[in-house]
Design a protein around this ligand. Sequence first.
Ligand code: DHB
Ligand code: FE
Length: 289
Amino acid sequence: MARIIGGIGTSHVPAIGAAIAKGLQQDPYWKPFFDGFIPVREWLDRQKPDVVVVLYNDHGLNFFLDKLPTFAVGAASHYNNADEGWGLPVTRPFPGDPKMSWSLIESLVADEFDITMCQELQVDHAVSNPMALLWGAERPVKIVPVAINTVQYPLPSPARCYKLGQAIGRAIRAYPTDAKVLVLGTGGLSHQLDGERAGFINKPFDLMCLDRLVSDPEALTRYSVLELVELAGTQGVELMMWIAMRGALGGKVKQVHRNYHIPISNTAAGLLLMECEDAVVPARQLVDA
Ligand code: DHB
Ligand code: FE
């Protein structure tokens, strides 16, 4: 069966794409942010996942207010990147894994998640920037994108997103190949782009969330969406991508790496890498089993 080797949560701020295009990784503003990814890239070099299930929120590129699924799963052979208005360079398409997508879709629907299935899906900075941060231009992985609505009221609750993640975890673990799967949640942490509280950041809340994501994710599922808006800012609800990602990892996890840096654009930029317990079982035990 496919194996979840771990989960990564990362911010996806559009300015990251512009900084990469301009080669600003060593610039004093950007260095503390980009340096955070060095241990994660080393871990990816060792672990070599085959597929990345990317939990992200579309920002008005593929879905708009007229038609906005709560949860949508990509089932395409490739996903084109496009820029919904930030002036970012468009990257080449991301290869998909339609077989795994359809298996995930079947399993989610059987599990009572009535998702929208997308045989065509354009992906925005919430997919392209994290992929560039983790792999650069190489990206030797296929992706299965899963979009969660953070745009049009009413949003799914953190508890529902966590349950979606758990269902995704069950689906991956029942997928009959030996694929190594990474679950990626993008967005957050606290930020608000507009309105009276534009620029709002809540460091104590973010740090508490990073702790809880590792040790007690269910504590985060007790917040309502409106409480998250109050505590993390309107766009801080993107934390729900991280909560869903954590749901997929299952019971116990081991934190491998964490970085937190303020600000990147208007955002408190977070990075968290966790390994699933089964991924840290020594190889000999696996052979014996
Ligand atoms: C910013 C952050 C986001 O999550 C986003 O989608 C767009 C902009 C920002 O901080 O600039
Ligand atoms: Fe965003």
